[in-house]
Design a protein around this ligand. Structure first.
Ligand code: NAD
Ligand code: UDP
Ligand code: UDP
Length: 420
């Protein structure tokens, strides 16, 4: 009897111990599972979600985020939280930023070519972005994929008029940029660069925001120094056809430093060299869009003048990286942002012709008045103070841009069919 009682007690103890161990194991497993859900790479947890994001990125040509996705160390919970439905619309993933790190950012000219890529990068980094644009050369479609997102706002506004808004940073990009566009209405170009910049500096002063001016290599004019560093004062014809833009940007720079000195506004000045990539306007008349469109349609590639003049082309994602680095740096003097890889325009025509294929001839046509003959940035300042240098090779960028133009051409052909 006593034996059976003690056996029973022993078995009971074993069962209790077993149950306890079992319970602990379950708890530990649950804890481990939640931990792993947070830290295991997305690819292993949700291939479908990753594919969906990749497709969106392709459609919107979001170069910056392609790079960010490469290490795939984003957490599923983070992505799901941000790649969410607002109504019926799905957005690209947006990083979660704590309030102290999240900035309210104004991008003037944000619906343009460069501005829209900058919008993508800043939105995906988790900031609150307001785009102010009058759609002179930009279009809503470039930022359409953010409309409706709680961090995004689009204002139809001409910066020649004052703007009242509360922000921490201003990327001031509003200005026509291609020669045919800025020569189309030279007075408006001057007003945009002079009065528009004055308004943005007034705004920066009032709300204590930092302002980055998208200046240009055109401030060096037709340069007598090669390559151009930031200490070069330039060689600009003040009454030539390019003056509305060149002098407009020069006075914009002057105003930045006057507001910095007199009103203690924090300014950053990026001197941007020729930039290309998806979302350039198909008919903006710049050399990249002209040559690609001509080659795609088997039309002659029009080289203005002899084609011995040179340019150095940078891909748009390199520029966007440089702008963000400059804005957040402590360096306040002008900085060249460009790719020093220099080509003659004739060589460039041959590169495009080869990349597109087809039989389009290259022809020489009338030269442009005051066309700068040589242009190549000295980027030692950007390297020294920002740790920045371009990373996208010309051929890679060109191929991506050709793909974009092919898609745009296809779309416009389809819409013409619908019109008929
Ligand atoms: P873009 O023409 O595509 O974009 C300019 C944007 O500014 C457009 O969306 C346009 O609608 C808007 N805009 C023009 N006037 C305005 C006004 N008065 N009010 C509000 N919005 C206005 O040109 P981009 O290539 O994206 O150039 C962006 C900036 O970078 C410009 O300031 C340009 O001078 C500078 N930049 C560009 C290059 C380049 O190669 N792309 C080179 C040097 C400098
Ligand atoms: N401005 C603006 N938004 C602001 C503050 C100023 O657009 O939030 C404009 C203002 O209308 C003026 C310009 O910026 O035309 C320069 O402003 P500032 O205060 O420097 O000069 P002031 O108004 O004294 O002439
Ligand atoms: N260019 C050309 N054919 C074109 C368009 C431009 O030969 O169809 C030349 C232009 O004369 C200049 C260079 O290409 O020398 C770059 O022109 P773009 O308008 O792109 O920019 P810029 O650097 O002159 O502002």
């Amino acid at each position: 009897m006593t034996i059976s009682v003690s056996v029973f007690a022993f078995v009971q103890r074993r069962v209790k111990v077993f149950l306890l161990v079992f319970l602990i194991t379950i708890l530990v497993a649950c804890w481990a599972l939640t931990r792993s859900n947070e830290s295991v790479p997305v690819t292993r947890l949700s291939k479908k979600l990753m594919q969906e994001i990749q497709q969106k990125i392709e459609v919107h040509n979001v170069e910056m985020f392609k790079q960010a996705l490469k290490p795939i160390n984003l957490k599923l919970s983070e992505l799901e939280r941000n790649f969410q439905d607002y109504g019926k619309k799905r957005f690209l993933p947006v990083k979660y930023l704590a309030e102290k790190d999240r900035k309210r950012i104004l991008i003037t000219g944000g619906a343009g070519f460069v501005g829209s890529h900058l919008t993508d990068a800043l939105m995906m980094a988790g900031h609150e972005v307001t785009v102010a644009d009058n759609y002179f050369t930009g279009r809503k479609q470039n930022v359409e994929h953010w409309i409706g997102h709680e961090n995004f706002e689009l204002i139809n506004h001409d910066i020649v008029e004052p703007l009242l808004i509360e922000v921490d940073q201003i990327y001031h990009l509003a200005s026509p940029a291609s020669p045919p566009n800025y020569m189309y209405n030279p007075i408006k170009t001057i007003k945009t660069n002079a009065i528009g910049t004055l308004n943005m500096l007034g705004l920066a002063k009032r709300v204590h925001a930092r302002l980055l001016l998208a200046s240009t290599s055109e401030v060096y004019g037709d340069p007598e120094q090669h390559p151009q560093n930031e200490d070069y004062w330039g060689h600009v014809n003040p009454i030539g056809p390019r003056a509305c833009y060149d002098e407009g940007k020069r006075v914009a720079e002057t105003m930045c430093y006057a507001y910095a000195k007199q009103e203690h506004v924090e300014v950053r000045v990026a001197r941007i060299f020729n930039t290309f990539g998806p979302r350039m306007h198909m008919s903006d008349g710049r050399v990249v869009s002209n040559f690609i469109m001509q080659a795609l349609q088997d039309k002659p590639l029009t080289v203005y003048g002899s084609g011995t003049q040179t340019r150095s082309f940078q891909y748009v994602s390199d520029l966007v990286n440089g702008l963000i680095l400059l804005m957040n740096s402590n360096y306040s003097k002008p900085v060249n942002i460009g790719n020093p890889d220099e080509h003659t325009i004739m060589q460039f025509a041959q590169i495009i012709k080869k990349a597109v294929g087809g039989k389009a001839p290259i022809v020489n046509v009338k030269k442009m008045e005051d066309d700068p003959q040589r242009r190549k940035p000295d980027i030692s300042r950007a390297l020294k103070y920002l740790g920045w240098k371009p990373s996208v090779a010309l051929e890679v960028g060109i191929n991506r841009t050709i793909e974009y133009f092919k898609r745009e051409l296809h779309k416009s052909k389809k819409s013409k069919l619908v019109d008929l």
